[in-house]
Write a protein that binds this ligand. Structure first.
Ligand code: ADP
Length: 357
């Protein structure tokens, strides 16, 4: 039924197909006493006998198993991300809003010269929010979010990578508006060398074919977001395809403060804003992901202070709040993951090839 499910853009459509009578109740207010009927029931029912027909012409030549894989492993159905969930990066956020979010929302006025780029590149150190931005763009545009790492095409889908690329673009086309997020895109767009595996070469070729063929129609609402922490590996042809190239740097002190505040919001803690600001100032060079590790490490402090004999039985209300000292200890254990050397490279590449907006 997974194959069937993907053909429906929304739970509502799936419900209508499995139970046409439901149409009458959609949109009308349900009485307080009425029994709640999950709109997903029909779609999730494994025993479902009526298999809705696959009608979309564009998927006729695609292996249904691939479609199923894309549905289960590549379409991301996680909680929607909002701009406020991403700390700092004001410039990147504003630029992306104008260059891609509005055009996806209003394709009718972003035509001609205003036509959005087909693909954008987010580059910068690992763990700085590139994936978050991709997810956020998708959520803001009410778009389906396809997320794949380039290395999984050559490793996980071994032998099927090429077919996977084709299927991915075909399915995305049926799910517009769609955002295809490709992590480690450098490995798909680098110069094809003589030493690499034949299968890898075919994947790269197929990707270029699909990239160039994607979003060519006026009506298409498809955006490819490539992310990389090795932008210097991209060749000229790759840069030409990803016209908009945006640096996603490490968070500044203000952003780090926001990340700590957000993460602590759901934890019992007794840190004051001054404490948080102090920690933010002590974490120069930490990425967003490093900040998350730091907070997780600090959050273990109260647990480690529980005597071993009580850990299984202790009342959760008796676990003490996370405090400043937990962070001081955590700072010893969690160190920044990005080297100064690497940072210099990003800044340099940004000065030469960045922006393009
Ligand atoms: P990458 O740049 O490698 O794609 P991610 O977007 O996957 O990094 O970030 C990894 C994690 O680090 C996120 O899930 C989030 O918890 C945290 N993080 C990174 N950057 C930020 C940010 N700017 N604001 C808030 N959290 C962040």
């Amino acid at each position: 039924s997974n194959v069937a499910k993907i053909m429906f853009k929304t739970a509502k459509e799936a419900l209508l197909a499995s139970n046409p009578a439901a149409k009458r109740t959609l949109g009308t207010s349900r009485k307080a006493q009425a029994k709640f009927v999950s709109p997903m029931l029909g779609a999730q029912d494994k025993q479902e006998t009526v298999q809705p027909e696959i009608t979309d012409e564009r998927l006729k030549h695609i292996d249904p198993k691939m479609i199923e894989l894309i549905e289960s492993e590549i379409i991301d159905k996680g909680t929607p991300i909002g701009w406020d969930d991403i700390a700092g990066l004001h410039h990147a956020k504003a630029t992306i809003q104008e260059a891609v979010v509005w055009p996806l929302l209003r394709p009718d006025i972003f035509t001609g010269l205003r036509r959005p780029p087909k693909g954008i590149l987010l580059f910068g150190p690992p763990g700085t929010g590139k994936t978050l931005i991709g997810k956020c763009v998708a959520a803001q545009c009410h778009a389906t979010f396809f997320s794949i790492s380039a290395s999984s095409l050559t490793s996980k889908w071994i032998g099927d990578g090429e077919k996977m690329v084709r299927a991915l673009f075909a399915v995305a086309k049926c799910h517009q508006p769609a955002v295809i997020f490709i992590d480690e895109i450098d490995s798909l767009l680098t110069q094809r060398s003589d030493t690499e595996h034949e299968a890898t070469r075919r994947i790269k070729t197929e990707f270029l074919v699909q990239f160039d063929g994607a979003a060519t129609g006026e009506e298409d609402r498809l955006l490819i977001v490539g992310a990389t922490n090795r932008p210097q590996e991209l060749d000229e042809a790759a840069r030409r395809r990803l016209v908009k190239r945006l640096y996603v740097p490490l968070p500044d002190a203000e952003a780090r403060q926001q990340i700590i505040t957000n993460l602590l919001a759901s934890e019992n803690n007794d840190l004051t804003p001054q404490h948080i600001s102090e920690i933010a100032n002590l974490t120069d060079g930490y990425s967003g992901a490093d900040m998350k590790s730091l907070c997780s490490e600090a959050a273990m402090g109260p647990i480690r202070s529980v005597p071993l004999s009580q850990i299984v039985s202790i009342d959760r209300n008796k676990v003490r709040p996370v405090c400043r000292q937990d962070f001081v200890n955590a700072l010893q254990r969690v160190r920044p993951s990005v080297s100064q050397d690497d940072l210099g490279q990003y800044v340099k590449w940004n000065a030469t090839y960045g922006q393009g907006f």
